[in-house]
Design a protein around this ligand. Sequence first.
Ligand code: NIG
Ligand code: FE
Length: 492
Amino acid sequence: MERPGHSNRTQTKLRHKAGGRVKRARDSQGAAGRSKGGRARAASSPGAAARGARSAGGAGETVDLIIANARQLITLGRAGQHSRAGQDSPRRGREMSELGIIEKGAVSVRAGRIVDVGPSREVLTKSWLSKHGELVDASGRVVCPGFVDCHTHAVFAGKRAHEFEMRLQGSSYMEIAAQGGGILSSVRSFRKATAAELAASASKRLNKMLELGTTTVEIKSGYGLSVEDELRALEVVKSLSDSHVMDVVPTFLGAHEIPEEFRGKKREYVGNIIQEQIPEVSRRKLAGFCDVFCEKGVFTVEESRDILKAGVRHGLRPKLHAEEFARTGGAMLAAELGAVSADHLLHASPADVNALRDAGVVAVLLPGTSFSLGLGRYADARAMVEAGLPVALATDCNPGSSMTESMQMMVTLACVEMRMRVAEALAASTINAAFALALGEECGSLAAGKRADIVVFDAEDYREIPYHYGVSNVCHVVKNGEVVVRFGRLSG
Ligand code: NIG
Ligand code: FE
């Protein structure tokens, strides 16, 4: 199988195509910042890399990786700013359609961070490729920032395909849940599974996500529902974060459902979350966010407020499952608390949308859930974009309502079912999704100083990404500067 651009022949061809030159440094810096079993990790701070990029000037900069000659390099950078970190905010309204495309573009990388982004001729002229550095030829292809999957429940045990079939025969998600299926059935499976089993199955999911172009993922707890089991879930998330090349962001979701042992004693369970779960999660530094399933028949607005405020007191920033099956006031609560994101929002009203916008909350839309549950209803993304509310997309990967790892599929659904423009859907699944995790300065766009999380698509135009659906259009994936997927397959 051809490797992406290691051969001299490829380099000569590239130089020729770009009209620039590729210089190789005498001393390799290729190993800088390598850890975690040889995978590249960021060794320098974003600021340092950005300073490096700026100081490169005509003198040249030694880099470990260059992706060159992209037919379309989708930077997602703001006009005139695509090589600057530190000045970013979520895209809203018309800005969501501005992809910052550079034709025949290139991106160079050192020690896991982006050094330079621009026309290939310029980037190649400024760059010295280290001795063991790699040059990837992206001719005829589209290059984008890696997807940020900002809402998943990817640590779970057991599957619920039988519930999928029950829904096909007419039962609703909430009816199945009321009969003891749904989240509670996953709680039973989770409690029986060992940490090693949970980590192994989740790791496979992360591999699949990586192959599909996702380079950062949020994972919620929420199938443990006791102090011990919620901590276990978050310890598994931490172990994945330590061992897997994917960047993993942990969210505490002890308020996902009321566990069987607290049936009829919801107030006691809310007390358990506030007095025991949150303080312990915070003490062990196992999560940065606290989420609640604020929904009719699950947690009320008042309970959600109490839980999220307790989270804030312990340093956990609020997120919310809001207005998924019914309008309960979750969106207004997210606005009131200045949550980082409000997620689902199928039943959000125009007033909710305006309140979220004014409070600086990111709307995380999960079209896979509407699709897989056959709800026949999607969040009104069009109205949100037009109202100036920043919209993000995520898979909601979970065994009940959205069993998928594919952000590419979310982009297709967002376009077809929620009438988002392709450019909007791409901004929603990269830069805005990064902001939904408070990581907008770190990933989600191609800019100097940011993590080198990059996807090369087998597509000539970015619109092919959702248009050619039901398959993966991913060719290569670069994570923290390392090519981890080659020709659609995990390498190594
Ligand atoms: O986001 N709504 C609550 N949580 C998930 C579903 C989890 C499950 O069914 O296991 C969701 O859709
Ligand atoms: Fe969810």
